[in-house]
Design a binder for this molecule. Structure first.
Ligand SMILES: [Zn+2]
Length: 285
C-alpha cells in the first residue's frame, strides 16, 4: 500500500485516503516535519496505531541486533573478542644463524719430518689422524660436529696425491701463531739437521707440482697473495720444512701465477656501519 497521497488527483486521492484510513496507517494533513511527507508543504501524520506498530518494529529490530552481537562475541568473531590491548602472541623462536668463518689469510708449508713409511705403514692423512689422536689428544679441534686430530688442512704424499686433513675454515694446530692459516704438510724429512737418513729427503717432483697447484688453487679461492705463502720456519722457531725444501722455486712459480690472476690480490673488505645516519650538519654562514 502506497503511503503517498495526492490531493489534486481527486479520484485517486479519495481512494488512497480511504484505503489508508482503513488500514489505520495515516490520518489527516499534519504539522510540517511530523509523519510522512506526501508532497511539497503537505505532511501526513501517523495514526496512533501506526506509531505503535513502528515502535514495536523498532524494538524488535533492536532486540535482534543485540542478540546477534552477543552471539558474535560468544561464538567467535576474533576481532570482537580481542581487546584492543590484547598482546600479540610471541613469534616462534627462529633457528640460530649459521656461524660465519673467516677465510684463511695465508698458507704455512711444513714437512712431516718422517720417512714415507713407518713400520711398513705409509704415512698419510689417515695415519697422521690416528698418530695425533694417540700422541696429542689435546690438539683435537671440534668443528661443525666433528673432531679433528690431524693438525694440518692438507697432506701431500710422495706420489703427489693431495689429501684433506681438516676443513679449510677449521682452525689448524700446525703453527702456534698462525693456526688460522692453511697448513700443508709434505710427507718427508727435508732437514739435514733432524734426520738425514729418512726418505724422501727432498720433495719429489710430483710433490713440488702438487704443492704449487694446491697453493695456486687456495690463493685464487681465498685471495691470498704469494707473500702470504710462508714456511713454518718463517713464522715460528723451527727448522720446518728443512733446508732442502725448494721454497725459492715454489715461490717463483706462485709469483708468476699471481701476476696473471688478479683474484689472488687481497680484497679490501668493506666495513658497513649499521648506525642510523644523524641529522644533516647545518651549513656555516
Ligand atoms: Zn712445521
Amino acid at each position: 500500500m502506497s503511503l503517498q497521497y495526492n490531493r489534486e488527483d481527486a479520484g485517486l486521492a479519495r481512494a488512497c485516503e480511504k484505503a489508508a484510513k482503513r488500514d489505520g496507517i495515516m490520518q489527516e494533513v499534519g504539522e510540517p516535519g511530523v509523519g510522512k511527507r506526501v508532497r511539497r508543504g503537505e505532511w501526513r501524520r501517523y495514526t496512533p496505531k501506526a506509531r505503535k506498530r513502528r515502535r514495536r518494529l523498532r524494538r524488535r529490530i533492536t532486540l535482534i541486533l543485540g542478540i546477534a552481537a552477543l552471539i558474535a562475541i560468544a561464538v567467535g568473531v576474533p576481532s570482537l573478542r580481542r581487546s584492543p590491548h590484547a598482546q600479540v602472541p610471541p613469534a616462534p623462536p627462529s633457528a640460530p644463524l649459521p656461524l660465519a668463518y673467516p677465510d684463511p689469510p695465508g698458507i704455512v708449508l711444513h714437512h712431516s719430518d718422517t720417512p714415507a713409511r713407518v713400520d711398513g705403514v705409509p704415512l698419510n692423512a689417515a695415519t697422521l689422524e690416528r698418530i695425533y689422536a694417540e700422541w696429542h689428544p689435546g690438539w683435537a679441534t671440534e668443528f661443525e660436529g666433528k673432531t679433528y686430530h690431524i693438525p694440518y688442512h692438507y697432506v701431500i704424499l710422495p706420489d703427489g696425491t693431495i689429501q684433506k686433513g681438516r676443513p679449510d675454515h677449521c682452525p689448524g694446530a700446525h703453527a702456534r701463531t698462525h693456526n688460522d692459516w692453511i697448513g700443508i704438510c709434505v710427507i718427508g724429512a727435508f732437514s739435514a739437521r733432524s734426520n738425514p737418513h729418512w726418505r724422501p729427503s727432498v720433495p719429489t717432483a710430483a710433490q713440488v707440482r702438487s704443492i704449487i697447484s694446491l697453493c695456486e688453487r687456495l690463493m685464487s679461492e681465498y685471495h691470498i697473495p704469494p707473500e702470504m705463502v710462508k714456511r713454518h720456519r718463517d713464522v715460528n722457531l723451527t727448522w720446518c720444512p728443512g733446508g732442502r725444501f725448494p721454497y725459492a722455486q715454489i715461490m717463483a712459480e706462485l709469483r708468476q701465477y699471481a701476476a696473471s690472476h688478479p683474484e689472488t690480490h687481497p680484497v679490501v673488505r668493506r666495513i658497513v656501519s649499521l648506525a642510523k645516519p644523524g641529522p644533516p650538519a647545518r651549513r656555516q654562514r
